[in-house]
Design a protein around this ligand. Structure first.
Ligand code: FAD
Length: 374
């Protein structure tokens, strides 16, 4: 057993950290947060400087953590243009990989993933968007809500209903995924503003009105969409764990600096604040170990949904815990510095890619089924 990163990953981690410290200045972070502006120039810079390595999942995970440690909104923005790409990589035809996936990896295009609808996100199989086959195309009607890159992505991997099963208990069987382009007739989107956190990321509503989607844009087999999306969440949850650990580590860095300065100036620190710091540090470490274990299973082609949900659930709750505890430790300093942004940015971690309750449903179901986690 070895808990250390290898030399290549250590060097990569240092490179990403240097990049983020140079580019994600407080002024850049604050401006993009206040103006709710997506940092496209930073995304391109990160790509051209080799900071993003989508084809290497270990680097992607570590890169996300390091960037979010410096600023969550900018860090997520720089790494999210590929959101949903794994579905294309695992199930897309040669046509879809060449026309869509390759262009996202090169930076020419940006993508998103459309699953959540106005009626809710947790009950994936309850979605209402319908795609009806008509000759060699589908006619799609419905809408998607809270979609990252919603008003800036060129296309979206989108989950739709293609058939209605007779048995309502088998609702998940009639779903399919297809690539939907912004340029398609019948596609429109609206930007959603006023989010609590991650305000540098772009979020939108997608509306499909008699939108015609060529049959060749269907990903994989018709009716298997639900399974493809669940498989995707088992990958993306590891990256949300990385976002969460980045946030919690960033909070820990800042809180440690605060207490060191306080101690150096001879002011009162107190055991209670030190204990709180120790608790944040311990949870960060525990979250990271869980994430590494989940990643080690997944990246070695033995995905383990139980450990993945534990990692995502625990790391996201750690991000919120760290941010809130840091406010207690730092008082007025926390409220008036970048810790305030980390506090707001942390909450979404417990919501997207499966809420904490959804993760617990997955964990308990798998344990009761007798899943082995060793
Ligand atoms: C900034 C942002 C970006 C997002 N980006 C994307 C994106 O790119 N693509 C995308 O598809 N979605 C995206 N989402 C949506 C996100 O995935 C959903 O918000 C999430 O899945 C939860 O769905 P919901 O908000 O509709 O809450 P609901 O599903 O309505 O849940 C509300 C509450 O009820 C609880 N609950 C629901 N069902 C159960 C149950 N069976 N048992 C116990 N508790 C339950 C939940 O845990 C939660 O606490 C984004 C959301 C935000 C805010």
């Amino acid at each position: 057993m070895n808990f250390e990163l290898d030399e290549e990953l250590i060097n990569y981690k240092e490179k990403v950290r240097a990049f983020a410290l140079k580019e994600f200045t407080e002024e850049v972070a604050r401006t993009h947060d206040i103006e709710e502006k997506y940092p496209n120039e930073l995304r391109m810079k990160a790509l051209h400087e080799g900071i993003i390595d989508f084809m290497n999942p270990w680097k992607t995970m570590i890169g996300i953590e390091e960037m979010c440690r410096v600023d969550p909104g900018l860090g997520i923005s720089a790494t999210v243009p590929y959101f949903g790409a794994e579905v294309l990589m695992l199930h897309g035809s040669d046509y879809l990989r060449e026309n869509y996936l390759a262009k996202v990896i090169s930076g020419e295009k940006m993508m998103g993933l459309g699953v959540t609808e106005p009626g809710g996100g947790s009950d994936v199989a309850g979605l209402k968007t319908v795609a009806t086959k008509n000759g060699n195309e589908y006619v799609v009607n419905g809408s998607k809500m809270f979609i990252t890159n919603g008003t800036i992505a060129d296309f979206f991997v989108t989950l739709v209903r293609t058939s209605k099963p007779d048995d309502p208990a088998k609702r998940h069987r009639g779903l399919s995924v297809m690539v939907v382009e912004r340029a398609f007739e019948g596609f429109s989107s609206n930007k959603l503003t006023g989010k609590l956190g991650v305000r540098a990321t772009n979020t939108g509503e997608l509306i499909f009105t008699n939108m015609k989607v060529p049959e060749k844009n269907l990903i994989g087999d018709e009716g298997k969409g639900f399974y493809y999306i669940m498989e995707f969440f088992n990958i993306s949850r590891i990256f949300v764990a990385a976002q969460s650990i980045g946030i919690a580590q960033g909070v820990l860095d800042r809180t440690t600096d605060f207490l060191k300065k306080l101690e150096a100036s001879g002011e009162y620190v107190g055991e209670e604040r030190k204990f709180k710091l120790a608790e944040i540090a311990t949870r960060v470490e525990a979250s990271r170990l869980l994430m590494y274990k989940a990643a080690s299973f997944l990246f070695n082609y033995k995905p383990n949904p139980t450990i993945t949900s534990m990692a995502k659930g625990y790391a996201s709750e750690t991000a919120s815990f760290a941010a809130e505890t840091a406010m207690e430790i730092t008082g007025q300093t926390g409220i008036s510095t970048d810790l305030e942004r980390f506090f707001r940015d942390s909450k979404i971690m417990e919501i997207w890619e499966g809420t904490s309750e959804v993760e617990k449903i997955v964990i308990s179901r798998m344990i009761l089924k007798g899943e082995k986690n060793e």
